[in-house]
Design a protein around this ligand. Structure first.
Ligand SMILES: Nc1ncnc2c1ncn2[C@@H]1O[C@H](COP(=O)(O)OP(=O)(O)OP(=O)(O)O)[C@@H](O)[C@H]1O
Length: 310
């Protein structure tokens, strides 16, 4: 439930075009991000992810198209006083200030601070670095300090460019947990770009694939994966008998076989049947099953399909 006047489309981009000099980086780019989404933006190196995020935050001008964030043009984001926050790959905090000074400064300019510097230091696990200068921190802790700065207020929309770069495994888990927590407890909407597809799969509700200057695929996890088939690899004996049996079963759209009849690898495309049912049918027919491996559709697969076919 959202209050009167709440804008459901946190971000709306239509036919965005961005050129650097004569080089066109974005063309006819459309993207909407719904309130409450954790929207992942993926693309090859140089596909324009950072440029897109910079346009969203008013850090880059663009040549054509419509772009609004919480109903405002990017040049007017300052009017929200902290309801939209961008955190970039290279954290740009002042190198000679301490972590605490950076956070005190963020508190001063935040429209409605909801957390103290000490609270956000604890939230991000950087309390013991409170008196360290930014330049004395590791990249991972500088990233934590950047995120901490954004959490002094209660942003409605957080844009993150490569949030996992430079973080160790514990740091990645912390950032994933923080994104989830802010999203669940406060309804914070996220747009995040990353090459770490497995991390994105872990948290995102929606994905957009940026390729050749436009969004080649976009949608919720449910819709994107609904039409993707699950593949099941089965290692068994009597492959001819197994193929005949499986081909006649409903819920399997294709069966291919490789290897000798007594030790074959069958590859099945599943429409509407689970691996246990297939195992049980084979065993009942007297076919020895040595292994079953389910390959669910992944973001990496979707991404490779787009990049290879466009
Ligand atoms: N200030 C700039 N001036 C000229 N060209 C630029 C500028 N910034 C980016 N580009 C070019 O625009 C294209 C898109 O760059 P961008 O950094 O947005 O891609 P990206 O998808 O974020 O890449 P990566 O995944 O490598 O970070 C690249 O070809 C890049 O060289």
């Amino acid at each position: 439930m959202t209050g009167a006047g709440t804008i459901e489309q946190v971000l709306s981009i239509a036919a965005l075009e961005k050129r650097y000099g004569n080089t066109r980086v974005l063309a006819q780019l459309d993207l909407t991000v719904q309130r409450g989404a954790i929207h992942g933006l993926v693309g090859l190196n140089g596909s324009g992810k950072t440029t897109t995020l910079e346009c969203v935050l008013g850090m880059q001008t663009f040549q054509a198209g419509e772009l609004t964030v919480l109903g405002r043009a990017p040049s007017r984001l300052w009017q929200g006083r902290g309801d939209v926050v961008g955190i970039f790959d290279a954290p740009s905090l002042h190198p000679t200030l301490t972590v605490r000074q950076v956070l005190e400064h963020a508190r001063l300019i935040c429209g409605q601070p909801v957390r103290s510097p000490a609270e956000v230091e604890t939230l991000l696990g950087i309390s013991r670095y409170s008196n360290y200068k930014i330049k004395q921190l590791s990249l991972g802790n500088r990233r934590r300090a950047s995120i901490a700065q954004a959490l002094i207020g209660q942003p409605e929309f957080i844009v993150l460019d490569e949030p996992f770069n430079g973080l160790d495994a514990g740091g990645v888990d912390d950032v994933l947990a923080l994104i989830r927590q802010l999203n669940l407890q406060h309804g914070t909407t996220f747009l995040l770009s990353s090459h770490q597809l497995a991390y994105l799969e872990n948290i995102c509700t929606d994905f957009a694939i940026l390729h050749q200057g436009h969004i080649a695929l976009n949608g919720s996890v449910d819709t994107l994966f609904r039409d993707q088939h699950t593949q099941l690899n089965v290692r068994c004996d009597q492959s001819a008998k197994a193929c005949a049996l499986l081909t006649a079963m409903s819920g399997i759209s294709s069966v291919t076989s490789a290897g000798p009849d007594e030790d074959a690898l069958l590859t099945l495309t599943l429409d509407n049947i689970d691996a246990a049912t297939i195992n049980s049918a084979l065993v009942h027919a007297g076919i020895a099953v040595a292994g079953l491996e389910l390959q669910k559709p992944s973001l990496a697969q979707l991404f490779h399909n787009i990049v290879e076919t466009h």
